[in-house]
Design a protein around this ligand. Structure first.
Ligand SMILES: [Cu+2]
Length: 151
């Protein structure tokens, strides 16, 4: 049942996040986060990034309209302790892809300006090394969906 729900969920996510038709830049797909509780100051955003172009792209900075700060974090394990480490930039090679997902690389929003409600959405901007900006819509999901992602 859980698997079915998960598959269905991915299909829905896919449906609501059309790929950019232009192959000139990176394609961002299915960006989501989970609703926050009142007073929560940070949250993680997950997204799949595809580079179908013939050149490499570097993500140099990220910003969100709902937070004061946005950073790309990777998860590292140091002396058996899991830590988040900031990535100053992220290279996405030609024909490559990067998946931001729970337990792995993610986008961290810090200094949330308001509570993120289930069913709402907001935008995140990824600035690339060629100076272009990709605006990506992030869907806010019910916390209960989380159990389908983390085993
Ligand atoms: Cu983080």
């Amino acid at each position: 049942m859980t698997n079915f729900k998960y598959t269905l969920f991915l299909l829905i996510l896919w449906f609501f996040s059309p790929l950019k038709s232009s192959q000139e830049s990176l394609a961002f797909h299915g960006a989501y986060t989970f609703e926050t509780f009142s007073g929560q100051r940070a949250c993680a955003v997950y997204v799949s990034i595809f580079n179908n172009t013939d050149k490499d792209f570097m993500i140099n900075s990220v910003s969100a309209d709902v937070s004061e700060k946005a950073e790309i974090h990777e998860i590292i394990i140091e002396k058996e302790i899991t830590k988040m480490k900031i990535m100053k930039n992220l290279l996405i090679k030609s024909k490559g892809q990067v998946f931001f997902q729970p337990g792995g690389t993610h986008l961290m929003l810090m200094g949330l300006k308001s509570q993120l409600k289930d069913g709402s959405s907001f935008s995140v901007k990824f600035t690339l090394d060629d100076g272009s900006v990709n605006e990506v819509k992030v869907m806010v999901l019910n916390k209960k969906m989380r159990e389908n992602f983390i085993e």
